[in-house]
Design a protein around this ligand. Structure first.
Ligand SMILES: *Cc1c(COP(=O)(O)O)cnc(C)c1O
Length: 387
């Protein structure tokens, strides 16, 4: 039995353990401490964000962002449809309702024209959303400028979900730092990980201070426990922040390794009929957090599911591209503007093993397995015709 090849696994560098040991040696095993402060500062240095608050997950960061913007019961929030459920769940935690927006084909992210049209329409009928949540998917930035311009025109705050795109660029700057608030994730499958964790960033120091306050149970300054607001237990542990500091030091290497995976896959597979790799938009550099491709079953001879299952048999984990949220039962009652692009990407899209710690042999095994599906279908087709 060959060893399993997984989609995206943690990849530690040299310094993480040292930072964790320091936390133990100094007894800072709390959701506060010097690593938390340093991680926030170093994260700002890397991304160019003004201020940052380290929290327990990317989902928690999105929830805090919505709270800070004042999203509440009865509000609507526009949101990318092609994404992980964690992008939209916190909208529902707040009692608000997501309205989903389709992707464009060049970035696979929110279509700026659809957003603008939808906002124009909503302005006419006096029903503007309270916020827009924009996702930067699979390591690639959305086309932020026209989206920001549309939001600014109607004074709607933009929240950027850059959970999957730390290390990417948009016109030389980091996605996540353009909107009112940006969020990142350090979950186990992301490009760098703290096992679990997230970051909320903003250029508004008040918002980030308030995020830290809400994330630590909204304790008013008083010797007894005094609360004027409802808070959360969302702060990041100082131990995990130590891991994050180590991971941040190797982030550029991780980006390079994932881009290399993509190059190798592309060189080996792009010539197969019906295979198209996720495009890289001209406005920035993608991290290729996951290498994604689409399969045209008529030209390739097998569909996405047939390929996925053939790879499962060889102990290779792949995943369909995110199922659009407007197709999810949990969001069945939510409106979606457009939707066919995301639906098409879901129907034909596959994410390949993409970890920064994959070996050349691992990549060759994946390439060999996909090529074998293609050549086997060609063989069975030709034997069919020769009968
Ligand atoms: C992973 C992810 C999140 C959630 O982050 P967690 O740290 O797992 O809570 C949110 N949005 C997207 C697009 C993600 O991929």
């Amino acid at each position: 039995m060959s060893k399993p090849i997984l989609l995206s696994t943690p990849h530690m560098g040299d310094r993480e353990l040292e930072f964790v040991k320091e936390a133990f040696d100094t007894n800072w095993i709390a959701p506060v401490g010097p690593h938390v402060d340093a991680f926030e500062q170093e994260f700002c240095q890397f991304t160019g964000a003004g201020y940052a608050a380290a929290v327990s997950s990317g989902t928690a960061a999105i929830h805090l962002a919505l709270r800070l913007i004042g999203v509440e019961s009865g509000d609507e929030v526009f949101c990318s449809t092609l994404t992980f459920a964690a992008t939209a769940n916190p909208i529902v935690y707040q009692g608000a309702k997501p309205v989903f927006i389709d992707s464009d084909r060049t970035s696979w992210n929110m279509n700026p024209d659809l957003l603008l049209e939808a906002l124009e329409h909503r302005a006419r009928i006096g029903k503007l959303p309270k916020a827009v949540v924009l996702v930067h998917l699979y390591g690639q930035s959305a086309d932020i400028d026209p989206i920001l311009k549309a939001c600014d025109r109607y004074e709607i705050p933009l929240i950027e979900d850059a959970a999957e795109s730390l290390g990417a660029t948009y016109k030389e700057r980091h996605p996540g730092t353009f909107g009112k608030i940006g969020i990142y994730s350090f979950n186990g499958n992301k490009i760098i990980t703290t096992s679990g964790g997230g970051m909320l960033v903003s250029d508004d120091s008040y918002l980030v201070k308030k995020a830290r306050f809400l994330a630590t149970q909204a304790r008013d300054p008083a010797p007894h426990y005094q609360h004027s607001e409802i808070g959360y237990n969302y702060r990041l542990s100082n131990v995990l922040a130590g891991i994050g500091r180590g991971q941040l030091q190797v982030l550029s290497d991780r980006v390079a390794a994932r881009r290399r995976n993509f190059e190798i896959y592309q060189q080996a597979l792009a010539h197969l009929p019906g295979i198209a790799f996720m495009p890289e938009a001209s406005f920035g550099s993608a991290t290729r957090w996951l290498t994604c491709l689409t399969i045209d079953p008529h030209r390739f001879g097998a569909n996405r599911e047939q390929i996925r299952l053939a790879l499962v048999e060889r102990q290779i984990e792949t995943r369909p591209v995110w199922k659009p949220l407007h197709l999810q039962p949990a969001f069945a009652d939510c409106e979606c503007i457009g939707g066919s692009v995301a639906e098409n990407l879901f129907a034909h899209g596959l994410c390949l093993p993409s970890g920064s710690n994959l070996t050349t042999e691992d990549l060759e095994r994946v390439i060999g397995a996909i090529s074998a599906v293609y050549y086997n279908t060609q063989k069975s087709l030709s034997s069919l015709f020769s009968v």
